[in-house]
Design a protein around this ligand. Structure first.
Ligand SMILES: CC(C)(COP(=O)(O)OP(=O)(O)OC[C@H]1O[C@@H](n2cnc3c(N)ncnc32)[C@H](O)[C@@H]1OP(=O)(O)O)[C@@H](O)C(=O)NCCC(=O)NCCSC(=O)C[C@H](O)C(=O)O
Ligand SMILES: [Mg+2]
Length: 346
């Protein structure tokens, strides 16, 4: 573990200086595509126009015999595609796999200057981040990169959840953490075959009372993990994301799961299919009425102190901070999206 004095020192001679602040840019959806698929590679400029972040996936969902083609396809995208400023991320193969080392070596040396973030799957503890951290520094030095590539960890093993706070602060490269509900369910021996979302069997039931049916309500299987992940990320100054929602046809279920994560503090989710880009955009952009109310709170309490009434609701230093979270997010999104800027009045 690095001590406080050396935390921001480059890990290889000639590597770029680590960043002090993680860039705050729109990342309402991290859009996954298969770079081995030539047709999808051709759609990259369109995808980049509609998504906040584009991610070339090399890990699960890419068959073993397509791994090398996916890596080469991503190199082609990085070299040739017009991304119009949309950040390019990748999800490398798991560190225990035969492909992870070549993923990192090839991508950093071939397209490191256009690669913003490396998503690392199945992170179990700080040792996984430290390994990638040092290797990235060596490769950045070799490639004479001018800015460091950031790391995003996926929380998808029980051990990873147990170590989430340490993972979040393992390196100044840490950009954020995503929930990986499918692998996590398997690791925990949860009894579900779904990729994220709820389950009709996970519910609370009202006490019996004579003659009445007992109402029961479905609960969120991911509440605990998202809560821990959000706290670990917020405490470390990095960003939490809900991961994938695998039932592509269930747009209502996807929207509900994304919204629960948004309300708990997540800044975005993964989109696996074009239809989920629109859902994430809707959910992870604050509601117009909320933003307009939050602006009124900031205007009503210019110095952020004291107690005030607004539409019958008490406002004080704490609600001022809540309002600031919403207005800051809306302002950042409005810079990218003219329609939102107009709707928010920003
Ligand atoms: C899920 C899919 C396999 C569905 O694909 P498909 O059956 O082709 O869907 P459609 O027929 O509805 O497609 C309509 C058109 O949209 C294009 N398309 C589909 N997906 C994408 C995409 N991701 N980006 C861009 N364009 C896309 C199709 O090509 C069709 O186009 P056209 O033919 O011109 O009309 C597929 O969506 C898919 O593979 N998605 C990505 C899956 C993925 O990345 N999975 C891994 C992440 S989740 C995970 O790993 C679990 C996690 O780690 C955990 O542990 O929880
Ligand atoms: Mg997974």
């Amino acid at each position: 573990m690095r001590n406080a004095r050396s935390y921001f020192a480059p890990l290889a001679i000639g590597a770029p200086q680590p960043v002090r602040e993680i860039p705050v840019t729109p990342s309402r959806m991290i859009h996954f595509f298969d770079p081995s698929n030539a047709k999808l590679r051709g759609k990259v400029p369109d995808m980049a126009r509609s998504a906040d972040v584009l991610l070339g996936n090399l890990e699960d969902a890419i068959a073993a015999d397509k791994k090398e083609a996916a890596r080469a396809g991503l190199v082609e995208v990085g070299r040739e595609a017009d991304l119009g400023g949309t950040p390019l991320w990748t999800r490398i193969n798991a560190l225990e796999s035969p492909w992870a080392l070549d993923d990192l070596v090839t991508l950093v040396t071939e397209i490191g200057s256009v690669l913003d973030v490396v998503m690392v799957p199945k992170v179990e503890g700080v040792e996984d981040i430290h390994y990638v951290d040092r290797l990235l520094a060596q490769l950045e030095a070799r490639s004479e990169l001018q800015r460091p590539i950031l790391i995003h960890a996926i929380l998808e093993t029980a051990q990873g959840v147990a170590n989430v706070e340490e993972i979040a602060t393992a390196s100044p490269r840490m950009q954020g953490i995503s929930l990986g509900p499918a692998d996590l369910a398997a690791s925990r021996r949860m009894k579900t075959t779904r990729v994220g979302g709820g389950h009709p069997g996970y519910r609370v039931i009202a006490d019996p009372s004579s003659g009445d049916a007992r109402p029961s309500y479905q609960q969120d299987l991911w509440h605990y993990t998202i809560g821990r992940m959000v706290d670990a990320c917020a405490a470390a100054g990095i960003f939490p994301y809900y991961g994938p929602f695998g039932d592509i046809k269930d747009e209502v279920g996807c929207e509900a799961q994304f919204r629960a994560a948004y309300l708990m503090g997540c800044v975005g989710a993964w989109s696996l299919h074009p239809v989920q880009i629109g859902i994430a955009k809707r959910v992870f952009s604050p509601e117009v009425d909320e933003v307009r109310f939050a602006k009124r709170v900031l205007e009503a309490i210019p110095d952020g102190s004291g107690v005030h009434m607004l539409d019958g609701k008490m406002q004080d230093d704490a609600t001022w901070k809540q309002a600031k979270v919403l207005v800051d997010l809306a302002t950042m999104l409005a810079r990218k999206d003219e329609e939102l800027a107009e709707a928010y009045g920003l």
